[in-house]
Design a binder for this molecule. Structure first.
Ligand code: NAP
Length: 300
């Protein structure tokens, strides 16, 4: 029997609908409207497309959404002053500085200048620390890992006591999803193993996984025989492996593949995310969720 396909597109749409209701309710009750500013430096086409997607979603959910475009040659001091302006603006609850920044600007300096209470990307060391401490202390969750957790939970997989194996230990995916899944509490409480390029016998670790989360950036790294029958497989990898002509537009578009051999894996796994259409759509949605949370916290 083939695996159930976990559609990030459908789950993201469901969460967006819930957020829309929440935003409308918040507006009625307290007059607070979640405010998100995205700061874009320069004209990198990929960054423009990411920022446009974020703004479009924020607008659809009823947020106050602001896009602040800055020239490529903005000085570090001016960018820091801009961040400070939004830190002090009570209408803004989330500040996102689109990366990468030009080489003359120290990214770390800019990201740590964002007020941790408005750091909806959850990149600030204070928020990373809060996530490590867990419990009441944790506020925002970084967007891609938070999206992964939602996919697992909303697909009905039991996480408590589950063997979770994470392939990859990056600061944006591997480490935070391992931290999230090991927390004491609902939708987590798992036994977590993290494997990486220093690990011996990756196959043996992966084979034990009730929930296998793969974020390596290596197309087809995880072979079907590494998957435990019935496991939940979350493929975070997005790899460009070529180009094809789009049926819709006739333009050349990239062919995307995940880190898991999808066609073979779906014959063994219990459920699996596709690439594209799995983890991808969840990331922006979780950014919106963090902004709503920030707006809620500002009312208290
Ligand atoms: P990254 O920073 O390059 O980290 C990759 C991790 O995988 C590293 O920890 C690396 O180990 C490990 N790794 C690489 N090759 C391996 C191998 N052969 N065996 C075992 N471990 C290996 O990548 P990332 O930012 O975490 O992203 C990972 C993938 O997810 C990429 O394809 C990226 O495009 C995708 N992604 C998707 C989304 C989304 O929204 N859908 C968001 C973020 C990332 P070492 O630490 O030992 O080098």
């Amino acid at each position: 029997m083939g695996a159930r396909i976990i559609s990030g597109t459908e789950i993201a749409a469901q969460i967006r609908e819930e957020l829309k209701q929440e935003v409308a309710g918040m507006k009625d009750k307290s007059g607070v409207v979640p405010g998100l500013v995205t700061i874009l430096v320069g004209k990198n086409p990929a960054s423009i497309s990411y920022v446009t997607g974020k703004q479009k979603t924020a607008h659809e959910l009823g947020f106050l959404s602001l896009q602040d475009d800055q020239p490529e040659d903005i000085s570090e001091a001016d960018l820091l002053a801009l961040v400070d302006k939004y830190n002090r603006d009570p209408k803004i609850h989330g500040i996102l500085v689109q990366l990468p920044l030009p080489k003359h600007i120290n990214e770390k300096k800019i990201l740590t200048a964002i007020d941790p209470d408005k750091d909806v990307d959850c990149f600030h060391p204070v928020n990373v620390g809060r996530l490590v401490i867990g419990g009441e202390e944790a506020r925002f969750k970084p967007c891609t890992p938070a999206g992964i957790q939602e996919l697992i939970v909303r697909s009905g997989f039991e996480t408590s006591g589950a063997e979770v194996v994470v392939v990859g230990r990056s600061n944006i995916v591997g480490k935070p999803i391992a931290l999230i899944m090991m927390q004491k509490g609902k939708g987590a409480n798992s036994t977590v193993t993290v494997v990486h390029t220093g690990s011996k016998n990756m196959e043996a670790h992966c084979k034990r996984a009730d929930i296998l989360i793969v974020a390596a950036g290596v197309p087809g790294l995880v072979k079907p025989e590494w998957i435990k029958p019935g496991a939940c497989v979350i493929d975070v990898g997005v790899n460009r492996v070529g180009e094809k002509k789009s049926e819709k537009t006739g333009k050349m578009v990239p062919i995307l593949k995940g880190d898991v051999d999808f066609d073979a894996a779906k014959e063994i796994a219990g459920a699996i995310t596709p690439v594209p259409g799995g983890v991808g759509p969840m990331t922006i949605t979780m950014l919106m969720k963090n902004t709503v949370l920030s707006a809620k916290m500002s009312v208290k």
